[in-house]
Design a protein around this ligand. Structure first.
Ligand SMILES: [Zn+2]
Ligand SMILES: [Zn+2]
Length: 605
């Protein structure tokens, strides 16, 4: 077991101290009384992410202990006591053999060898991730959100024994939430998210070109339909112009799409993955050739897609050997092919959009389960596009926290190599957004992590004295859904029955308690009030449905509810209450309209 892989901050620190008792080298501590004899050694030929690893380690060690370690390179004599970062020239002298090939691009080894601490990872991200893992697991640092971190103070740091190698099982890990796009947060929590603002200094990321739904941009109907309607879907005997799909068995369509992909890749040389994927609609081609291939592939609409994408992938492979072509298994194309294997440079992204997220995927009897089994047999690089919020109402209780880990474990069990977790991405303030993003980052890095510990630490760190109370609220709402066997899909709403009036009433009392607990701390109080918005959203949605008579009495409970909800929305800078773009101001108008006096009888409209 690693020091620090158990229980809360206090225990982590206790374990660090305990490890120190068995320090290898005459008890020389890394830091004693805020002073250190250690040097941070960065390789002379370090890449930007390894330089950042050095400065981040230096900065956080200073915050933790007060000691500022000097950074040197590995061209001079070996310092007596050193923290050796990356593929360091001193590793042989330090007798630290590191199997870099095994570490891949993101894995790392943390090891104490003699008086030295080695933090060595693969390029580009391994060493930086190793530094963050050391700070997190050995020193108790936490980066809960882009704004809330925890850096425990400790004037003495002893190294003790350490030999830990971590290599992620998932090559692509994206918690797709508004706050998770923050570059520091993503790097520190080891998310290589395509959509995060990760730059070269932070080791870059998985870079998609054309993230999804690219058929129309590769073969634009406006450009081609006039002369070549046969490039586009035949539906009920008619070629369709607009937002449908392509006729994927037409060789000219393959040629045009391939050229478009090559053009994109030449313009975007940093690309890891290029998307060749269906538009976000139905409307697949029903021509004889397309139907014939579907029949050969067990009836799967994915048949023509996989053969088409294989064609593109084969054509670009020579010029772009490190690029994969990504396509979707989504809605009409979700059922797997049975004959044609996706090429090794093809990624199939299977989408769980129809599923319930109150219960673990494994526990439900769904066609999705059948499909993931089928795809995992056919496809070497299977990714999942998973859904972790309710898109019709970002600010609504959605009790999926407990399924996050079992679902990722379920995906990994079926050979999935990359996971995109689509949350509320357009605005801050969504229900438990920071908690879910944080847990997802932890789970995606290590699907078997102690998620209860991460949850507890987050709630303590983010909500302070209200942490336990918020936890009680979350479990109360969750327990109701489980007891009543309520399924929660991504389009549920405030009247879907998972937060009935009795649950709202209990939640209201709990939140009064939570707000009281942190009343003297304005920042934490605001976060608790943001956590309360989903319950207030249900209350307001009910008022809209009820259309209470008599207007909104100033000072009444309803008036206070309205005032508080929208004040907190404004302070949190919420722009989207749902994916469709409902702004708080527009929702306010709906609420106020519900209270508007009814027109008198006989009045002209
Ligand atoms: Zn066709
Ligand atoms: Zn369910």
């Amino acid at each position: 077991m690693r020091c620090g892989s158990v229980a809360g901050i206090a225990t982590v620190l206790a374990l660090v101290a305990w490890c120190g008792v068995r320090s290898l080298e005459a008890g020389t501590p890394l830091v004693a009384q805020g002073r250190s004899e250690y040097r941070i050694v960065v390789p002379k030929d370090a890449i930007p992410a390894e330089r950042l690893a050095g400065t981040e380690l230096q900065a956080f060690l200073k915050q933790v202990s007060g000691a500022e370690l000097t950074i040197v390179d590995d061209s001079g004599p070996v310092p007596e006591r050193a923290i050796l970062l990356g593929k360091n020239a001193y590793l042989p002298q330090a007798k630290a053999e590191i199997d870099f090939a095994k570490l891949g691009q993101e894995g790392f080894t943390l090891r104490v060898v003699g008086p030295h601490l080695v933090i060595a990872g693969g390029r580009p991200r391994g060493t930086l991730y190793g530094v963050y893992a050391f700070l997190e697991e050995r020193l108790g640092c936490r980066w809960f959100s882009s704004k809330v971190s925890r850096v425990p103070k400790q004037a003495d740091i002893t190294l003790g024994e350490l030999n830990d190698t971590q290599v992620p099982v998932l090559e692509y890990r994206e918690p797709f939430w508004w706050d998770a796009f923050d570059a520091d947060w993503a790097a520190r929590n080891k998310a290589n998210s395509a959509n995060a603002r990760l730059d070269e200094a932070r080791g870059g990321k998985i870079t998609y070109t054309g993230f999804v739904h690219t058929f129309n941009s590769l073969v634009p109907p406006d450009k081609y339909f006039g002369e070549h309607p046969e490039y586009f879907s035949l539906i009920n005997g008619k070629r369709m112009k607009g937002y449908y799909q392509l006729c994927l068995t037409n060789p000219d369509v393959l040629r045009i799409a391939t050229e478009a992909v090559k053009e994109l890749l030449r313009k975007n040389p940093q690309t890891s993955i290029v998307s060749v994927s269906q538009n976000d609609t139905g409307g697949w081609c029903q021509c004889e050739n397309c139907k014939k291939i579907e029949a050969e592939e067990g009836g799967a609409h994915a048949g023509p897609i996989i053969r088409f994408v294989n064609g593109v992938a084969e054509a670009i492979e020579k010029e772009f050997p490190n690029v994969a072509v990504d396509t979707l298994a989504y809605q009409y194309s979700r059922a797997p092919v049975t004959k044609t294997r996706p090429r090794r440079n093809v990624i199939v992204r299977l989408c769980s959009i129809e599923c319930c997220f109150a219960h673990p995927l494994e526990e439900e009897d769904t066609s999705f389960k059948r499909d993931i089994v089928g795809w995992s047999k056919m496809c070497d690089r299977l990714y999942v596009w998973d859904y972790v919020t309710t898109f019709g109402h970002y600010v609504l209780p959605f009790s999926n926290i407990e399924v996050l880990q079992p679902n990722v474990q379920f995906f990994v069990k079926h050979g999935v190599k990359g996971i995109f977790e689509e949350g509320a991405y357009q605005s801050p303030g969504a229900e438990m957004a920071e908690l879910k993003a944080y847990l997802l980052a932890k789970i995606l890095w290590n699907p078997n992590c102690d998620v209860e510990r991460h949850r507890r630490e987050f709630l303590e760190g983010f909500y302070g004295k209200a942490g336990e109370t918020i936890d009680r609220y979350l479990r109360m709402v969750r327990n109701y859904a489980i007891e009543k066997k309520i399924h929660e899909q991504i389009w549920i709403g405030p009247t879907s029955g998972h937060v009935p009036p009795e649950v709202v009433e209990k939640a209201d009392t709990i939140f009064d308690e939570a707000e009281k607990a942190v009343a003297d701390d304005a920042d934490t109080l605001h976060r608790v009030q943001v956590a309360r918005l989903p319950i207030q959203y249900v209350q307001l949605s009910r008022l809209i449905a009820q259309k209470p008579a008599g207007g909104l009495e100033p000072g009444s409970p309803n008036a206070r509810l309205v005032e508080r909800f929208f004040a907190v929305c404004a302070k949190e800078k919420i722009t989207h209450l749902n994916e469709g773009g409902l702004r708080p101001e527009a929702f306010r108008q709906q609420v106020m309209a519900a209270f508007a006096p009814k027109p008198a009888k006989g009045a002209k409209p």
